[in-house]
Design a protein around this ligand. Structure first.
Ligand SMILES: Cc1cc2nc3c(=O)[nH]c(=O)nc-3n(C[C@H](O)[C@H](O)[C@H](O)COP(=O)(O)OP(=O)(O)OC[C@H]3O[C@@H](n4cnc5c(N)ncnc54)[C@H](O)[C@@H]3O)c2cc1C
Length: 412
């Protein structure tokens, strides 16, 4: 059984075999040292070696970047590697791959799919995006209209339009859900695919956001050919597979691991300490209330992560994401108010194509504007409240009149 001590030993072995930082050259009078002692390891080489040593995500199975150990032990490895100055896999850039595609491929993928996709996903060599939402299917995702039809070679030909696709401009692969049977009720005729974004027929167009940037996109799919080997799960069972992705998405968005006073509340607290001239009694009270709420949310996330060490996330992740969205908006609103004129400056309005969301490295105006999307992405706050009401609190469900109607007969 791998425990914390064993993980420390394995991490030390990885660092010894692949020194991540450049050590000073040996003093000349001692003669040349072996090159391994003072040459830095290439970043990608280090990440691949870390994956192969099972230290990427320790709770994954052996051979797939993990060691099958409880998830909380990941913190032991991360701390040792950070102290040694080892490179990470830029998790902000590959959040959809790490948080959504990977757990879904692990749970529903064939052995071949797991071996083909998980390693380059984790190292960041292949970025992933999520082709779920459509112009007519957001909260009511099961109403989606993108069609996948099987041809006589057994491949799937996909036609349709997706929207709000974060990182599609960077992505090599996408998780995609499409309608394969319009004759059955909407939840039953969906199939889940892994789509190569470089294939002919995939067109990505930028969508500019309130921040001025285009972090997400429209994606048009015209006659895109997907081999059946890139189907994830059974034909017609894509809704169940997508549920696993969405539950993981909420935990990924709402449950980012931060130290006490990390993330946005850390930035707000630093502003408070640095600018005594701007302080008022009312802003102090509100900051303290937000600090306590942020700490409660952080600890709740920590507990959820520990529960997650066994099995898949449940609807509780929706509550965490709900709390995260509310806090992000309230804290960034507080900061803009506290900073007064400085909070209103937003100096670069050129359209950029960012590689991810940067909540702590940017100016207050960016945080304020970007946080608006937090109560929409990954499920709107209203929809998450419905999930918590029905599936956590056991309250009566919303009336659903279309449950037994074939998708083709639904009004659109
Ligand atoms: C920053 C950002 C990034 C995104 N990235 C991606 C991505 O990478 N891939 C992807 O597939 N999608 C992505 N999305 C899309 C996101 O998942 C959808 O916007 C979201 O699910 C809401 O769908 P909608 O925009 O169609 O709004 P609608 O579903 O039309 O909702 C409109 C309003 O009605 C409310 N509403 C709807 N149904 C109910 C109900 N049953 N009860 C109460 N209120 C209800 C909603 O809360 C909302 O206020 C992203 C969105 C944002 C903002």
């Amino acid at each position: 059984m791998t425990d914390a001590a064993d993980l420390r030993r394995r991490t030390a072995e990885l660092l010894a075999a692949h020194p991540p930082t450049r050590l000073p050259p040996p003093p000349s009078n001692e003669g040349p040292a072996g090159p391994h002692l003072w040459s830095a390891t290439d970043r990608l080489e280090f990440l691949r070696a870390r994956f192969d040593a099972g230290l990427a995500w320790v709770h994954f199975p052996e051979g797939l970047g993990g060691l099958g150990t409880p998830r909380p032990l990941q913190a032991v490895v991360d701390a040792e590697l950070a102290a040694a100055g080892a490179p990470d896999n830029a998790p902000d850039r590959i959040g959809i791959g790490l948080g959504m595609a990977a757990p879904t491929i692990l749970r529903f993928g064939t052995d071949e799919q797991r071996r083909r996709f998980l390693r380059p996903l984790w190292t960041g060599e292949e970025v992933w995006c999520q082709l779920f939402s459509e112009p007519g299917a957001g909260s009511d995702l099961a109403a989606l209209a993108t069609r996948a039809v099987r041809d006589d070679r057994g491949d799937w030909i996909v036609d349709g339009q997706k929207v709000w696709t974060s990182s599609a401009h960077l992505a090599r692969w996408a998780i995609l859900i499409a309608r394969t049977d319009p004759e059955v009720p909407k939840h039953r005729g969906i199939t889940y695919f892994l789509c190569d974004m470089t294939d002919p027929g995939v067109e990505v167009r930028p969508l500019r956001q309130i921040t001025g940037e285009a972090e997400f996109n429209e994606v048009f799919l015209t006659g895109v050919r997907i081999p059946d080997a890139h189907r994830l799960g059974a034909v017609g069972e894509g809704w169940q597979v997508a549920q696993a992705t969405l539950m993981n998405e909420r935990v990924a968005i709402g449950g980012t691991r931060t130290p006490r006073e990390g993330g946005m509340i850390g930035v707000a607290a630093a502003d408070w300490r640095a600018r005594p001239g701007l302080r008022t009694h009312d802003l102090h009270q509100r900051l303290l209330t937000l600090w306590v709420a942020a700490e409660a949310a952080r600890l709740t996330g920590e507990r959820l992560r520990q529960q997650l060490s066994q099995g898949q996330p449940g609807p509780e992740g929706s509550g965490l994401k709900l709390a995260f969205a509310r806090l992000a908006q309230e804290i960034s609103g507080w900061e803009v108010e506290f900073l007064g004129e400085d909070g209103l400056t937003y100096d670069d309005w050129t359209m950029r194509r960012p590689e991810g969301v940067d909540f702590t490295g940017r100016e207050a105006g960016y945080r304020y504007l970007r946080a608006k999307g937090n109560s929409i992405e990954g499920g709107t706050s209203e929809v998450l409240l419905n999930i918590v009401a029905e599936r956590v609190l056991g309250l009566p469900p919303e009336p659903r009149t279309d449950k037994d109607v074939a998708w083709k007969d639904l009004p659109r």
